[in-house]
Every structure is written in C-alpha cells, then in structure tokens.
Design a protein around this ligand. Structure first.
Ligand code: TRP
Length: 334
C-alpha cells in the first residue's frame, strides 16, 4: 500500500513564530513518517497581498524554509519547495477558475475578513479588491490538488479553503466524469491558540508581539519582560477573564510539556516578576535544539537552496502525473 499524501503550506510574509510552532509545526514533524509529505512555501499566495513588496516575500521564503528545516523535518521524507516553481499549480488555478463563482469567493469567510482588514490595499468596502486576492482560494485548491493530497494540517481559519477545494473537486469529478482526486480532510491541531504577547488575537511582526523561532534567547527574554499582564499580582489561568496572563501560562505549559493547570500547580502563587524569567528560561530551553539547528542550517552556504531545488524536482514529477489525469479528463490532452 502506498502512503496517503499530506500537504500543507506557509505564506512567506515573515519568519515563523511560536504560535505557528505550537499550533502546527510540531504536528507536521510528527506526521512526516506516516504520510508522503509536501510542505509548500506559498510565495505566489503571499504576493496576492504583497505584490508591491517582492523583496520581502523573497527574503521570507528562505526564512520559512530555514524554520521548517530547523524543526527537524527530514528533507528525504518531506518534500519542501516553493510554490512559484511549480507551473502546474498556476495551470490548475486557471482550469479550476471556471468551476467557482465570483459570489462564492466573495462569501468565503476568511477572504472576507482579510479584505475587511486590508483597507489600505482593497478600499474601505473592499471595492478595490484584486482578481488575484479574491481568487487565492482557487490557487490554494491547486496547491492541495497538484499532489492529490488526502490530508491538510492547518489552523481553523483555513477550513473555508479546504471546503472550497472539496467543492471544486466535487464539481470537477461530476462535470468531467472522473474520480481522480481524493477529497482532502483538514487536520486541525489540538494545541490551543496562542495570542500575541500583548493579548492580541494574533502574533504578528507589525504588532511587535511575536516571539520568532529565530529569535535569540536574549531577544526572547526581553520580549517576555515587556509582555502585557494585568492588574492582579500573581499568575493564574483563566483565559476568559485574564487572557494575557493565561496566554503566558499556556506558553510556559507548552514549553514544559504540561497542561496549564499543571503549570499553575507547579508555579503556585508567584508574582509576575518571578514568573517571567521562569517562562523565558522554559521557552528558551525548549527551543534551544531547534535554534542551534537553525544557525547551523543558515551557515551552510547553498544548503537550503539545494533542498528546495530537490523538492521542486519531486513536486513537479508528482504534479505532471496529476496534470496528465486532469488534461485527459478535460479533453485538452492533445
Ligand atoms: N493560506 C495558508 C495560510 O495562510 C497557507 C497555504 C497556502 C496553505 N497554500 C496552502 C495551507 C495549502 C494549506 C494548504 O496559512
């Protein structure tokens, strides 16, 4: 029996942070032996809302590649590659675009929320949204299907993309009278969501509230030192009432491999100034092997580029198999 296929992707808009790490990176490392695994660095998707910053996207392709390798994924087992290097993805995007209505794209909850957030790019009411951005769920369906993926490890915000992919597959099968694709399943991480160090729902560079995998131990300590707490004096875990402090306790617990309740039990009634250095120490210890590997990886000239190039070869081979099936079904196999 051949293995089932796993595909996931990262947008290279910044280096990966501990939210990505505890939320999904740990998962993909754990799954790589059970599946034929593909990790795609979605530079074309990143350009749909960063088309004016190609240098930023390019730089972050290498950051994200290094983060994934630092995690310890085995490049022999997992195919790591850059989306723009697989022309078949662009080709599938065009072919699928007949199967998706503009209204369906407009109603996609994730796309809708992103358009609302990006007023400077897309206008106050989204009136200037581009064809490319509105259509990125189609491109993501092409990402998922060019390797005929069975499972897609993602966060909750990506469920509408997987649902859209399943709809495209259903329509494709029905119209072209074929069954070439598996219906991909989302695999949600069990890890609870990590907030920014300021309690914001998202860790992000622009909010300056993220701890990156590539940060040094000192940078990590400095960021934790200024992390938002509350007007109480001792730590506690109550995500509803005390989101900021509970988030710090959660990070401590994840770093120590325990539950937040166990962490509170272990910590007892300690004040913030005692807790914060303990948190920094726990997180730094947890990330130390990864950070050492990362430094080694980026210091080897050409190492990451070589892996991405081997990944490209493997992904193209798989994508061409898919294209043969697709072209035949669509009667464009001249
Ligand atoms: N949209 C995903 C994100 O923002 C990234 C991504 C691109 C992806 N292509 C994918 C995820 C394919 C899963 C499968 O995180």
């Amino acid at each position: 029996m051949s293995k089932k296929v796993l595909l996931t992707g990262d947008r290279p808009t910044g280096p990966l942070h501990i939210g990505h790490y505890f939320g999904s990176l740990i998962n993909r490392k754990a799954l790589e032996t059970d599946y034929e695994s593909y990790i795609l660095i979605a530079d074309i998707q990143a350009l749909t809302d960063n088309w004016e910053q190609p240098e930023k996207v390019r730089a972050n392709v290498y950051e994200v590649a290094a983060d994934n390798l630092a995690l310890g994924i085995d490049p022999e087992k997992t195919t790591l590659y850059i989306q723009s290097q697989i022309p078949q993805i662009a080709e599938l995007t065009v072919l699928y675009s007949n199967l998706v209505t503009v209204n369906t794209l407009r109603r996609n909850p994730t796309v809708k929320a992103e358009i609302a957030q990006k007023k400077e790019l897309f206008g106050a009411d989204g009136e200037s949204v581009t064809y490319g951005f509105l259509g990125y769920p189609i491109s993501q369906a092409a990402d998922i299907t060019h390797v005929r993926a069975d499972i897609v490890p993602v966060g909750e915000d990506q469920l509408p993309m997987i649902e859209q992919t399943r709809e495209i597959i259903e329509k494709f099968h029905r119209i072209y009278n074929t069954e070439i694709f598996p219906f991909p399943q989302a695999k949600l991480s069990q890890a609870p969501r990590i907030l920014g160090l300021d309690g914001n729902a998202k860790m992000s560079k622009s909010l300056n509230n993220a701890i990156y995998l590539k940060d040094s131990a000192e940078e990590t300590e400095a960021k934790i030192k200024v992390a938002t707490t509350d007007s109480e004096t001792t730590v506690g875990y109550n995500p509803e009432k005390r989101p900021e402090v509970s988030n710090l306790v959660l990070i401590y617990a994840l770093a120590k491999g325990m539950t937040p309740e166990q962490a509170i039990g272990e910590l007892g009634q300690i004040n913030y100034s005692t807790f914060k250095p303990l948190l920094a120490k726990a997180l730094n210890e947890h990330l130390a092997p990864l950070r050492e590997r990362r430094i080694e990886i980026v210091s080897k000239p050409g190492y990451t580029a070589e892996i991405l190039s081997a990944g490209r070869e493997r992904a193209i081979k798989k994508a061409e198999e898919t294209m043969n099936l697709v072209r035949k079904a669509m009667k464009i196999d001249y």
